[in-house]
Design a protein around this ligand. Structure first.
Ligand code: FMN
Length: 367
């Protein structure tokens, strides 16, 4: 059974948290990986298919993707060989009945189900989902209790929730007090209020009190917000106790190797590794392009590799740019430069030959 305690984890991220990013994060040391938020109603349109070719489990929507024509109908893809019991499926919902029905579709193929009650973006809060659930605690508790009793317990799988801070401490503590009594196994706290943006420093003033409530109810606790690497994970554990977990989003969006014990790897290694996973699992090219563009820095708009990626469209082009046209230091391998060098080499050797012949003639004349 998936255990959240003391884990270093990849956050749920729409668009970013597809299979290649999750496998890359796992490869470099993430203990658990969240999938991107998927809405209950969308999941209910899906059928489960074992993809013999890729050895993945695909949840394909029978209705396709109407918003982005041509976009794949694969709503969620998991690779059990590497993700088994490490992938947490995050659901967006505002209806306990639908949440239970939808969770039953994926429960056998994921380690756990997490409910998004923290994301303030439109894609989450419309129809009362995401951070909107913080204002409807009765509904949130009903969703969690039903999931625990009807999906979690019968399948021996944990149910968890991800929340934000409420505007004041008292309200936050009473919400947490209610949530930990629903039978959930883990509570993740994004240490910002709904109004705060990701660039703002998190509020960690009463983490100890929240953690105490979790501990007393045997619920594990994960801290999220403004954390960038393994070093900070360990610092937070030193500060708040070895049993706390730590979740990373933005830093992993920019470089999914940030979980590495010895420090985040350079972007060009992350980009090369990303594209290998994307190729292997036939990730949708539009999604790969988006994720790679987040990984490649483009300071002062001068990165040739970044520019090439923005012009490319197909999976083959992305691989060619990152694996053949970029050297091991992230520099563009300029074939034109190579040609110039070749020409210079040839000219030099012709010159050598002429000199050789001239000196031979000289020798002959002297003789
Ligand atoms: C690109 C992106 C997509 C996100 N999508 C989700 C999501 O699907 N579900 C969710 O609960 N939070 C989502 N979030 C919020 C993160 O999980 C996380 O709580 C937040 O970014 C704070 O962590 P950070 O400071 O490490 O970025 C998203 C954040 C980013 C940057």
């Amino acid at each position: 059974m998936l255990d959240y305690r003391a884990k270093f984890v990849l956050a749920p991220m729409v668009r970013i948290g597809e299979l290649p990013t999750r496998l890359l994060a796992l490869k470099y040391g993430a203990d658990l990986v969240w999938g991107p938020e998927i809405i209950d109603k969308k999941l209910l349109t899906c059928e489960r298919i074992y993809n013999e070719n890729l050895k993945t489990i695909d949840f394909r929507s029978k209705t396709g993707n109407k918003k982005i024509p041509g976009m794949t109908d694969v709503v969620f893809r998991t690779y059990p060989e590497l993700e088994n019991d490490k992938v947490v499926f995050q659901m967006g919902t505002s209806n306990a009945k639908l949440a239970v029905e939808a969770a039953k579709i994926v429960i056998n193929d994921v380690g756990a189900i997490d409910i998004n009650a923290g994301c303030p973006k439109h894609f989450s809060i419309h129809s009362g989902m995401g951070a909107a659930l913080l204002s409807t605690p009765d509904l949130l508790c009903e969703i969690l209790t039903n999931l625990v009793n009807e999906v979690g317990k019968p399948n021996n799988k944990p149910i968890s929730v991800k929340i934000r801070l409420l505007p004041n401490k008292g309200d936050t503590l009473s919400l947490v007090n209610r949530l930990v009594r629903t039978g959930i196994t883990n509570l993740t706290l994004h240490c910002r209020t709904r109004e705060m943006r990701n660039r703002e420093k998190p509020i960690r003033d009463y983490i100890d009190e929240i953690k105490k409530i979790c501990n007393e109810n045997n619920v594990s606790f994960i801290i999220n917000g403004y954390i960038k690497d393994y070093k900070e994970f360990k610092e937070l554990q030193n500060q708040y106790g070895n049993d706390v977990g730590v979740m990373i989003a933005s830093a992993a969006e920019i470089n999914p190797t940030c979980f590495n014990k010895d420090g985040t790897l350079p972007w060009y290694i992350a980009a090369k590794e990303y594209i290998k996973f994307a190729d292997k699992f036939q990730n949708h090219p539009a999604n790969s392009k988006y994720c790679i563009s987040r990984i490649i820095p483009n300071v002062r708009n001068e990165n040739v590799i970044y520019k090439l990626i923005t012009k490319a469209r197909t999976a083959e082009e992305f691989s060619d740019i990152l694996l053949n046209k970029m050297d091991d230091n992230g520099k563009f391998i300029d074939k034109e430069d190579d040609k110039k060098e070749e020409i210079t080499d040839k000219t030099t050797s012709v010159k050598h030959k002429i000199v050789d012949t001239e000196s031979n003639i000289e020798k002959k004349i002297k003789v």
